[in-house]
Design a protein around this ligand. Structure first.
Ligand code: CA
Length: 662
């Protein structure tokens, strides 16, 4: 792959001297699974990829920190840019670091880029017996089967948000183990924890970064510091602050596996948020300390380019980095039974890498899926046609992207707190909402030229789109509604939230919600709460009692979607054939029919009407025997709310009317 960068020569950068970019393509690469450590009770082999090193050594330690090296081992040049040494000893229980000599200097110690077990703050890698980290029944453990990604209902959550508040009733607050506790309740007896997830009916949890990240000091957990975790340190070991003992490498591994097993036993899949697009550190990252410069893109002057907005961006188009990403997700899928991956700022990666990722995962388990943010946070030296962007998703058949179209059109623009959307009464967004409803596929009745964010159908199938109105980023739904509807009551805002989510959960594509929206929790108006304290981020589970009707609506909405495949079509052809919009020019009104047993549905026709205005609207429904599924802010997925013969009907203000006939 051609990457046009850097002129000639060598440019001086802070701390490191980066050779010209073109040189990197000439590095030999090594794709073996034995990189860095292979340990048995008889022998231990170290094998570091570092093509430009002048010397490499390994230091052995008895503990994870605060101890002197007991041994220093020199590695010898091996095949394909690697350095290697084998020790004929059982080193189980010991810790190690690498150090690379480059341009006459020994660089700082690093646990390497393939540390799979680490101690406190991930500073030293550990030699452990992985077979002892498996929970009972692990060999038979399996995530939920999934025919298409559109059959999933995704619940995005942060470990600490979910369990840290006293009202969770959970013992292991803020830990992986929180999700293994059943029978937990809030003070008024409503279910919390994993039982809450089962009650809600979601099929998958999407856990915010759970690899070892940089910002929370694992040696001082009593500080209760908080971070989302978008600052990767060790990509292939779990985060220590979510374990009961960061100093004991086995703890974080075994406890994360126990979490996965408990969720799988509950029929819930686990999606991991992965952030290969940048690292927490620049010159001091594990990438830089093993192969200076190689893993990153640079500007012509040699400085780090920054499409992540976090100080650097990785270079997936380079073979060793591409293989690294592929091998890393393979490792999580195999060792931790992860069911899906959410790629942060996926647009920083190249299309070829994302296709290599999905091909490798499908070989392990065809049900594993991948989605990501189809954008970057800044410009990149990688040319736009090569980037894994939303507009290029049709070139990545097994990848889905977040629909910023439906997100901004339904609730108002993410960057303007006061801006309203279709569901809160702003006219003119109907066509953009329709782009979301058809899963961004080509549809004869959708005029993409009127789209706010996209001007062309970008998805080849609805399985390539994730529909949502809020996530961990930006104002969450409750806060957005409070700030954009200042005159309204919370009851009225909850009504708007129900309409917004009804649009998401009935649309073609895969629905996604942010933790706690189902009980109308808020984050006190903080839009970027990545390091805010628990007082902002923690879920107050008392809200499940106070907002019980909201929870019930979400439950019914999810049940409706799961019971009716018409909402989960998997091809663009099916959507074009079975989803027919009614012609209307009334602002904030969208009406359509899912007709002729769409996608094998038991219902012949489903009429879906959204009224985002604060006035009731009259519509005409074909005569027939209709079951009223949703009306006036209420929904009943099973028995329905009543029946109607159709004809002239009223859609109550700011609500959805859903009718079905067999
Ligand atoms: Ca950490």
């Amino acid at each position: 792959m051609a990457v046009t960068l850097a002129a000639t020569g060598v440019a001086a950068v802070t701390g490191q001297t980066i050779p010209m970019e073109k040189t990197y393509d000439s590095y030999p690469t090594y794709n073996g699974e034995d990189l860095e450590l292979t340990a048995t009770p008889r022998a231990t082999t170290f094998k570091l990829w570092s093509p430009v090193a002048e010397a490499v050594r390994v230091m052995l330690y008895p503990t994870d920190r605060n101890s002197a090296a007991t041994d220093t081992i020199a590695l010898s040049r091996g095949e394909s840019g690697t350095w290697q040494a084998t020790v004929d000893r059982n080193l189980m229980g010991q810790f190690y670091t690498f150090s690379v000599k480059w341009k006459g200097k020994w660089l700082k110690e690093t646990p390497g880029v393939w540390a799979k077990a680490v101690g406190t703050n991930g500073e030293r890698a550990a030699i452990i017996d992985f077979s002892k980290t498996n929970p009972e029944g692990w060999d038979k453990d399996r995530g939920p089967a999934l025919k298409h990604l559109t059959d999933a209902v995704i619940y995005e959550m942060h470990h600490r948000d979910f369990s840290i508040d006293p009202s969770s009733g959970i013992v292991h607050k803020g830990k992986f183990l929180a999700l293994t506790e059943d029978g937990t309740t809030n003070p008024t007896g409503e279910k919390t924890g994993i039982d809450h997830l089962k009650e809600l009916g979601v099929t998958h949890v999407h856990i915010l970064p759970s690899y070892d990240y940089n910002s929370v000091d694992e040696a001082n957990l009593q500080n209760n510091s908080y971070n989302w975790g978008y600052d990767p340190f060790n990509y292939n070991a779990p985060e220590g602050s979510y374990s009961t003992d960061p100093a004991r490498p086995e703890a974080r591994i075994a406890e994360m596996k126990e979490m996965v097993k408990a969720l799988h036993d509950a029929g819930i899949g686990v999606i991991m948020d992965v952030v290969y697009n940048h690292t927490a550190n620049n010159d001091d990252s594990n990438f830089s300390l093993t192969a200076p410069g190689y893993y990153y893109r640079h500007r012509p002057d040699g400085s780090y380019s920054d499409a992540s907005g976090c100080g650097n961006e990785t270079a997936s188009e380079r073979q060793q980095m591409r293989d690294y990403i592929v091998n890393s997700v393979k490792y999580w899928a195999k060792e931790y039974h992860i069911d899906g991956f959410r790629f942060d700022l996926m647009g920083i990666h190249d299309i070829e890498t994302m296709n290599a990722v999905t091909a490798a995962l499908k070989e392990i388990n065809p049900d594993i899926f991948v989605y990501g943010e189809g954008w970057t946070a800044g410009d990149s030296p990688l040319s736009a046609d090569l980037r894994a962007l939303k507009d290029n998703v049709a070139q990545m058949p097994d990848v889905a992207v977040f629909s910023d179209d439906i997100r901004d059109a339904v609730k108002g623009h993410y960057s303007d707190a006061a801006d309203r959307g279709f569901a809160t009464g702003k006219p003119g967004l109907e066509e953009t909402v329709k782009i979301g409803i058809v899963g961004a596929t080509a549809h004869p009745q959708v005029d993409y030229s009127k789209g706010n964010n996209s001007r062309a159908p970008y998805a080849a199938a609805p399985t390539q789109v994730i529909n949502y109105v809020s996530c961990h980023d930006d104002l969450m739904l409750t806060d957005k509604l409070r700030l954009s509807m200042p005159e309204a009551t919370d009851a009225e805002r909850m009504r708007a939230a129900r309409l917004a989510q009804t649009i998401i959960f009935t649309s073609q594509g895969t629905p996604f919600l942010w933790t706690g929206e189902e009980i109308f929790r808020d984050k006190k108006g903080v839009h970027n709460s990545y390091k805010s304290p628990d007082s902002i981020n923690a879920i107050d589970w008392n809200l499940k009692h106070a907002n019980a009707e909201q929870m019930e609506y979400y439950k019914q909405l999810i049940a409706l979607r799961k019971a009716h495949p018409a909402f989960r079509m998997s091809t663009a052809d099916d959507v074009a054939r079975h989803l027919v919009f009614d012609k209307t020019t009334v602002p904030n009104l969208i009406s359509y029919t899912l007709k002729d047993h769409a996608n094998g549905d038991t219902w012949r026709d489903i009429k879906v009407i959204f009224n985002g205005s604060d006035e009731p609207r009259e519509v005409t429904v074909p005569r027939g025997n209709w079951l009223i599924v949703a009306d006036d802010g209420k929904i009943d997925a099973n028995g329905g709310l009543g029946t109607t013969r159709g004809g002239k009907m009223t859609v109550a203000r700011r609500s959805a009317l859903i009718l079905a006939r067999p």
